[in-house]
Unconditional design. Structure first.
Length: 461
């Protein structure tokens, strides 16, 4: 994500001051107001619809770039190096775009110029990817030039789409007031999910007989359609969003050199708080397992398809196309599970599950209903002691199997189950969207998901 907004939207010709570390004031002057055009119900969709276009681009690259590179003659080992473009672009492009965008004084605002420039580069790269063979043939070169052009196109796509994505996210922060930030992030997640489903669904269809005027191959047609969706969605966002224009910025960090900013980013990577550092380490190793899913699923499923389905009497090119579409269908199912989970789970999660440290000033031991879920421990006293003063002595990370066994032995398991069901019914009667399940915290969902992912990967052998 880019730098985001330092200040809430303000009035025209507004001048604000930020206090420095030693008490000095630095002026920041803006003109205009930040907002979104259109009726109230359409503002958040218009602000975030560009993310649908971004995810469509990712979907086509994930589903079709790997088989296409193998078809051109690139080995699987070199193909892995090609797809380093994804993490590299996220590591390099997003911080750099944030630095340059935060300093921009363009009349269009700080974000939209980078957003539109990134879209144009991405569309050009998508066209080059789909027609790399034809471009190589124009120069009379062989497969080596087609491979080089395809690899160059993938790097351009990843770097440009990361720039677009960072500005899209920053627009949500810049444009919405703090009370609407959470809802804006939720809409962004929905758009990513819908874009993923739409991209894989279209990629699952046999488009060559239906839309021959858009290209000869499936990838060419998808490249054209995806480029059109990307430009149209971001045209809507660019039209609907009004940004404040930066006129003056006297803060020292905005006058620092690119080298010093890169050095600051590098140093911050190694000075993270312990809790955030731990999460980043876990996510690093989880990503090692996730990236093969992104870029090798289509290849793996298509190889299984070719090995298990007879190809007698079928044209080899047609058979290969069917195999690739089968891989895209697998990614479509993954996208459906993803969107159902991302939309449904927040309604079921009761709380974050993050416990304050005893070293934090103002920390108090948790007190409350002993019946608040399996991770909170058993209160002192008998099983009927469920009053508000029941004190929880067991640590929140106590062994789940032991707690469940004790509940079953004491006959309280079914009471808890009935209590949770009654809570769901009461929430529904009140018209509340969320039906939180007691004991199901965000930390536990995240923890369980890591094990489910590991088990699913092990089951693919």
């Amino acid at each position: 994500m880019t730098g985001g907004a330092f200040f809430a939207p303000a009035a025209e010709n507004d001048e604000e001051y930020e206090m420095g570390p030693v008490g000095e004031a630095h002026a920041v002057q803006w003109i205009g107001t930040a907002g979104v055009k259109g009726p109230k119900w359409a503002r958040l969709p218009l602000l975030t619809v560009g993310m649908l276009g971004i995810q469509c681009v990712w979907s086509i690259e994930m589903g079709y770039a790997s088989p296409y590179l193998l078809e051109l003659g690139l080995s699987k080992s070199f193909m892995s190096l090609v797809f380093m473009a994804g993490p590299l672009s996220g590591l390099i492009v997003q911080p750099l775009v944030g630095i340059f965008a935060d300093r921009s004084r363009s009349p269009l605002g700080r974000r939209r110029p980078f957003m539109l420039a990134g879209c144009i580069i991405c569309v050009s790269a998508m066209m080059l990817l789909g027609w790399s063979r034809e471009v190589a043939a124009i120069f009379g070169a062989g497969q080596w030039l087609a491979i080089a052009l395809a690899v160059w196109a993938i790097y351009c796509i990843d770097f440009s789409i990361n720039a677009v994505m960072s500005t899209d996210r920053a627009l949500v922060v810049d444009t919405l007031p703090p009370r609407e930030q959470e809802e804006g992030s939720a809409w962004a997640g929905r758009m990513f999910g819908f874009g993923s489903v739409a991209g894989f669904f279209v990629g699952n269809l046999d488009l060559a007989p239906v839309l021959p005027f858009l290209g000869k191959t499936q990838l060419q047609i998808l490249s054209f359609l995806t480029s059109a969706v990307l430009m149209v969605t971001h045209s809507f966002t660019s039209w609907a969003v009004s940004e404040r224009v930066l006129l003056r910025d006297d803060r020292p960090q905005t006058k620092s050199s690119l080298k010093s900013n890169l050095k600051s980013i590098w140093e911050n990577m190694f000075s993270l708080p312990p809790g955030i550092r731990t999460v980043c380490i876990v996510q690093f190793f989880a990503s090692l397992g996730w990236f093969p899913i992104l870029f090798f699923t289509t290849v793996w499923v298509s190889e299984i398809y070719k090995a298990s389905v007879p190809s007698d009497g079928i044209d080899p090119a047609t058979f290969d196309s069917r195999a690739v579409r089968t891989g895209a269908r697998a990614l479509l199912l993954q996208a459906l599970v993803n969107i159902v989970t991302s939309i449904g789970l927040p309604f079921l999660v009761a709380e974050s599950g993050v416990q304050p440290s005893e070293n934090v000033v103002g920390y108090e031991p948790i007190e409350g209903n002993a019946n608040q879920g399996i991770g909170l421990g058993i209160a002192n006293g008998n099983e009927n002691d469920h009053g508000p003063q029941a004190r929880v002595e067991t640590p929140p990370n106590s062994a789940l199997w032991k707690r469940t066994r004790e509940d079953l032995e004491n006959g309280t398991f079914f009471r808890r189950l009935l209590h949770s069901f009654q809570g769901m019914v009461n929430h529904a009667k009140k018209g509340e969207w969320g039906i939180p399940i007691k004991g199901l915290t965000l930390v536990r969902v995240w923890w369980i998901s890591q094990f489910v992912f590991a088990a699913a990967m092990a089951g693919s052998w």
